[in-house]
Design a protein around this ligand. Structure first.
Ligand SMILES: Cc1ncc(COP(=O)(O)O)c(C=O)c1O
Length: 391
């Protein structure tokens, strides 16, 4: 079956974040500038998703969501078939998006002023949520080797205060799309066991892995006795359903699950109708769409890498997953203001600013290439032109 990822669909004036909030957040023009920032895609989801929504609209009544058996079962089948991961249906708690799920985990497992470890540069909502919950961020900077991110647990270990309670891991990594190895998973799991930390493994990008790379769920990679893992997953990134605000917190350990559920209950969170219904349809029928999407995204990845690596002093991190490329400008000698001036103001390409992701992002931008190839090509040309004096 063919899916038309080349179709350019105008998303402006649809109340979307990516295009309609560019002006407010970045001072950019949604008429002329290209939105290549927040992590959603400019593609239609698998056809079964909109068919499901159409059925809901045809029926027309949008009361409370109830029976989630089909949703759990579609999720369990997906994890089994795509990830060789056996999930107990009862181990799944549904949350209103994973940022919400992270907040609930912080509430369930940590107390004010506790310290939470994150590997920077990393998805900015981790530190935002930790701080908003009155906990402290402990940055463990990733180190660069061969242009790729690597963990440095030795340095982290030497700096521990003893007040750390949780570690949030991003796998595959956002930004930059690093697919971690089984050995790296095991080292993280052992680290958490040694220091009595809850291990939150955010694997929302787990389906967006390119050919030649393979993602392993943390629970499969960690030694069985390390039973302190909370898995975060969702259909949202995979199938472009982020507006459904639906995520899964999957907790194999019953005690940890009950603690989490107590927080979930305390805040009265219940899923909306649309997210679980869309996710069910996508998990049940979306595999061919996803396979086609991955081939398309891989082509976009190559276009970004080939095009931007031509600019002297600019390098795109080689990536195995996600559509969120990490572009390092340090070789140009420019600081973040100069980089923004060129990429955003001259080229008119709106990316996420590197420093938002924490230490290590000072001279970087994150560029979202999940958009039709013609737009990726235009963005690459515009950025090349904005640095043409360096050629
Ligand atoms: C690693 C990671 N976790 C969570 C999220 C957001 O999840 P949600 O939209 O379900 O809150 C993102 C979005 O980009 C992400 O990259």
């Amino acid at each position: 079956m063919d899916f038309d990822f080349d179709a350019v669909i105008d998303r402006r004036r649809t109340n979307c974040t990516k295009w309609d909030m560019m002006e407010r957040y970045f001072g950019a023009s949604s008429e002329n500038d290209l939105a290549m920032w927040v992590a959603d895609m400019d593609f239609l989801p698998p056809p079964a998703v909109n068919a499901t929504l159409q059925k809901m609209i045809d029926h027309g009544i949008h009361g409370y969501f109830g029976d989630d058996t089909a949703y759990r079962s579609a999720s369990v089948n997906w994890m089994d078939q795509r990830h060789d991961w056996r999930v107990e249906p009862d181990a799944i708690s549904t949350v209103n998006g994973l940022v919400h799920g992270i907040g609930l985990c912080l509430d369930a497992y940590t107390a004010p002023d506790d310290e939470i470890i994150i590997f920077t540069p990393v998805y900015h909502a981790f530190s935002a949520r930790i701080q908003a919950c009155g906990r402290k961020v402990v940055e463990a900077p990733l180190v660069l080797r061969d242009g790729m991110f690597h963990l440095d647990l030795e340095t982290l270990e030497s700096r521990l205060s003893g007040r750390e309670r949780m570690l949030i891991f991003c796998s595959p990594h956002n930004p930059g799309g690093r697919v971690w190895s089984v050995a790296e998973f095991a080292s993280i799991a052992h680290f958490c066991e040694r220091h009595d930390l809850i291990l939150l493994s955010d694997e929302v990008h787990h389906d967006l892995v390119f050919e030649g790379f393979s993602h392993t769920p943390m629970v499969n990679a960690a030694p069985k006795q390390i039973d302190r893992i909370v898995m975060l997953s969702a259909a949202s990134k995979t199938f472009n359903l982020a507006g459904g605000e639906t995520g899964q917190v999957i907790i194999p350990n019953a005690d940890l699950r009950h603690k989490f559920e107590a927080s979930n209950k305390a805040f009265g969170s219940t899923p909306n109708r649309f997210g679980p219904m869309m996710s069910t349809a996508a998990y049940a029928h979306g595999a061919p769409w996803l396979d086609a999407l991955l081939r398309y995204l891989d082509g976009n990845r190559a276009a970004v890498e080939d095009g931007l690596n031509e600019i002297p002093g600019v390098s795109v991190m080689p990536m195995g997953a996600t559509y969120l490329s990490w572009i390092e400008f340090s070789g140009t000698g420019m600081n973040q203001d100069e980089i923004r001036e060129r990429v955003q103001n001259r080229a008119g390409v709106v990316c996420n600013y590197g420093p938002t992701f924490g230490t290590g992002g000072e001279t970087c931008l994150r560029l979202n290439f999940a958009t039709p190839r013609s737009r990726v090509a235009e963005a690459v040309t515009r950025i090349q032109d904005a640095f043409s004096d360096l050629q």
